[in-house]
Design a protein around this ligand. Structure first.
Ligand code: BYC
Ligand code: FE
Ligand code: FE
Length: 479
């Protein structure tokens, strides 16, 4: 990467070509990144032309440029939302002060930790999804997978930019370490729990992009008003890409549900629990879809950290990490005297308890998240009822299957009843995907490479990408 035109190779609005120190750091990091991408990024298809969008600027309507590109040649860029002149800090101790363009010394460690955790999730998800190309249910879906993957790669770049630009040597070391940890590796795992789970099949991928990418949205929204302006601007632009990831997830699950519901209705199968018959027709039964929801939702709830958290209180107070929609909240944005109701286990029952709001920052974000997820499940249920099938999917209760926070010490059913460990051991197979369920779903995952065709377990999408017709060749496999 020496003597290159940086501004062409790396779309950016950080004046990269005249920032010698950053250029040197990136030059050192880049070969390791490409090596990471080629060894643990998408397996296969690296030489295929894929119809991808590339972020080339931050203009509201013009940042996405679509075209055929081989993934290793994707132009990962460094793009920050435009600077708002005169922006003031919106919350915490420093509320009303001008935002910071440099890292305040006292918050260096706190900021670096948050950026490293955010950065770690991005490559982790690419690693988790690396085998899925081989079983893509269509070229359209394969393209969407790779789009999500390259953009998560760009999100890694975004955090690496902050580390290299603002955190000196320790930042450069952290940037390297982001390429060294591996999802699911017991010796050097990714930092957060959900990012070490497997994504073995496409239903899992759609659940992950529905539920886990949505934690990404929640966390990025919380950082989007950070007093540290470069972090706020970086995360704001990342959010514009995140929408597509969640759309791929929500519509992906919807298409699976649609296919199953249509088949049941065509064949006159009214018993949703007649799993054997339904599976014989090569579609995924609704109870298995429910189990996948239970798994991905509960594992993602853990990503919010403990509901009551000193870390979160400290980063709020330091004006580093705010709440969802912080500027729109109608309070003092400092939380001196406010309380917030948090679900807790009291004498073996789930109750709401008022606690100091500053300690309940994670709990509040979790509530926003759960509400959004509930709306999505409602939209999925509409597809089932339109086919005249009497069944509803539900989000499991927040106490179900938790490893972090208020409910990590108890066992609870999906409806939120606290149960004994024995009962959990007996019944958890009804609630979480079993090895058999996993084998069945994986068994359905046969690739469909014909243009405009879809695997039999999933319906066609309502619209193509970038207005393309149904028979568009999104990935040129043969070329
Ligand atoms: N697994 O006070 P606590 C995304 C640790 S997703 C393992 O409870 P805090 C994406 C915690 O680190 C968004 N460890 O929580 C999605 C702490 O450890 P230390 C990613 C966990 O700090 C799809 C200790 O427990 N971004 O972008 O208030 C595809 C006590 O912490 C877990 C962020 O998360 C866990 N689940 O909140 C691609 C934003 N939970 O430091 C990408 C940055 C907690 O005491 N991170 N711990 O050793 C944060 O804001 C916070 O670190 C957390 C935790 C919200 C994660
Ligand atoms: Fe991301
Ligand atoms: Fe994402």
């Amino acid at each position: 990467m020496s003597a290159v035109d940086y501004d062409t190779l790396i779309p950016n609005n950080v004046d990269l070509s005249s920032d010698e120190r950053l250029k040197r750091a990136l030059e050192k990091w880049y070969p390791n990144y490409i090596n990471w991408w080629k060894t643990v990024g998408p397996e296969g298809f690296q030489d295929c032309q894929v119809y991808l969008r590339t972020a080339v600027s931050v203009e509201k309507d013009g940042w996405a440029k679509f075209g055929f590109v081989k993934m290793p040649e994707y132009r990962w860029g460094i793009l920050l939302a435009p600077k708002e002149e005169g922006r003031k800090i919106a919350f915490g101790k420093h509320k009303g002060e001008p935002v910071w363009q440099e890292v305040p010394g006292e918050y260096r460690a706190m900021l670096r930790r948050l950026i490293v955790i955010q950065g770690d999730t991005e490559p982790a998800s690419v690693e988790q999804q690396r085998i899925l190309g081989a079983t893509a249910p269509s070229l359209y879906d394969m393209r969407n997978l790779f789009q999500v993957n390259v953009e998560e790669g760009r999100h890694l770049w975004a955090m690496v930019y902050l580390l290299q630009k603002y955190f000196g040597r320790s930042g450069r070391e952290e940037a390297e370490a982001l390429l060294e940890r591996r999802s699911g590796d017991p010796d050097r795992p990714r930092i957060l729990g959900a990012f070490n789970e497997a994504t073995p099949d496409w239903l899992s991928f759609f659940m992950f992009t529905t539920f886990t990418d949505r934690d990404g949205k929640m966390q990025l929204e919380s950082l989007a008003n950070s007093g540290f302006d470069p972090l706020a601007r970086t995360t704001r632009f990342m959010l514009t890409e995140e929408g597509h990831h969640m759309l791929v997830g929500r519509t992906g699950v919807a298409r699976v549900i649609q296919r199953t519901s249509e088949l049941m209705s065509e064949r006159g199968i009214s018993d949703v629990n007649d799993i054997e018959t339904i599976r014989k027709h090569g579609v995924i039964d609704l109870p298995t879809i429910q189990k996948k929801i239970n798994f991905h939702f509960s594992v993602t709830l853990d990503l919010f950290g403990a509901e009551i958290s000193t870390n979160a209180a400290n980063s709020f107070n330091a004006s580093i990490k705010g709440r969802f929609g912080e500027p729109r909240i109608n309070d003092d944005h400092q939380l001196h005297n406010d309380t917030y109701p948090v679900s807790q286990l009291v004498d073996g029952e789930v109750k709401q308890v008022d606690v100091p709001a500053i300690s309940a920052i994670n709990a509040r974000l979790l509530d926003v998240y759960i509400d959004e997820c509930a709306n999505i499940v409602t939209s999925w249920n509409r597809i089932i009822s339109e086919q005249g099938i009497n069944f509803e999917l539900h989000l499991p209760h927040r106490a179900f299957h938790r490893q972090v926070g208020e409910f990590s010490e108890c066992f609870a059913s999906p409806s939120g009843d606290v149960i004994t460990e024995d009962e959990w051991t007996q019944r958890s197979g009804e609630w979480l995907p079993s090895a058999d369920d996993g084998d069945f779903v994986c068994g359905l995952m046969k690739p469909e490479h014909r243009v405009g065709h879809f695997a039999p377990w999933i319906a066609a999408p309502k619209a193509g990408i970038d207005g393309k017709p149904g028979d568009f060749e999104y990935v040129k496999i043969a070329a």
